[in-house]
Design a protein around this ligand. Sequence first.
Ligand SMILES: [Zn+2]
Length: 436
Amino acid sequence: MDVVTALRALVAHRTIAAPVDEPTDREPFEALLATMREQFPQLHARCEVTRIAQDGLLIRWAGRSSEAPVVLMGHLDVVPINPDDHWTHPPFDGVEADGMLWGRGTLDCKGPVAALCAAVEDALADGFTPARDVWLSFGCNEEVSGGAAVEAVKALEVRGVRPWFVLDEGGAVVSEAFPGVEVPLALIGVGEKGYLDLDLTVTGEGGHSSMPTRNGATARLARAIVRLEEHPFSPHLTEATLEMFARIAPHASGPFAAVLSRARHLRGPLASALARMGAETAAMVRTTIAVTQLEASPARNVLAATAHASVNARVMPGETIATTVRRVRRTIGDRTVKVTVHSGSEPTELAPLDAAFDLLCEVTEVAIPDALPVPYLVMGTTDARHFQRRWPNVYRFNPLRYSPAQRQSLHNVDERVSVASLTEAVAWYRLLVERI
Ligand SMILES: [Zn+2]
């Protein structure tokens, strides 16, 4: 079947999930599910397809044995378009140009969903049955941290499913990720950082700005923010990152190669070097703190009675929300600055590098032979975290190639997938279901 046609049809639907507690426009989701029935008829006729959380899908493709099944995940919702952005091709038209298919969701995550479904559709048409059950779990509110994935976990538990492994989005085949590393890296996520929203609140006397008092609410809030900026969390390497470097080292050249090959002995200095190298590498090695929103006085000539900052932190595995909050309070060192947790989700454990991980590496070595598969820590949050709380073997990888420009296009303008890479992804999923 033609995966490009299928993806173009999926991209056309504006499946944007509303923030939790606000109503989602469900019409595009209904239309998308109808398109999926048209594009993947064998899959819908021969697998058990059920709805999850209204607009998500949980699909069972029965295998030849009762061996522990495999769960392959994705999501059907996409992030909205910024109305100020100018796209090279309209975001919902699915334009094919310059070897690329352009549009919102082509990478995140309709592209991978289309490639996976196309692989299943082709396998069914060829009369193939997998050795064990394969479950497809497609959420409908991943981008707003909705509950579809939690419901999918519950539904699988009710069915007595104890997966051998789970595979979701979160890693991809990337080029030019590190200096001196020419080989494209297939980043297979084995865990993800935690997510934490904090509120910093300072109260003051308020009053007329013609007679300001020293050390008012805004001054104390500003001091707290500067202290957080000047005292970042200390960097350290997770086991996943160390193992990633150990596997990259033989393929690296230049000064970085020598450091990578001795990563285990140079743990501390390497972590510090990565923290200094840039925002992307710094995020790999430390809990990050970002002050994102500020709010104070309602008028230019009024002293603030309350000053408020929103802080978004991404918590390293091995640390917790509680340890992060303690560290933030200690760094600010001012009891009049109230630090409270708005919401959060703990970092995950790291999945084992066992037979399931090896299988993902082997499939990659065959289907994307120029890429080097390595374990990786995912910086963002994915639906997979809900599965990893329940089952240990949860991995995050889409077999799509991302150039640095495509990495920038995620949740941004000009999201696009290479047509060649999409076809390669279909072959990757096909090989996976044949080898499980
Ligand atoms: Zn996504």
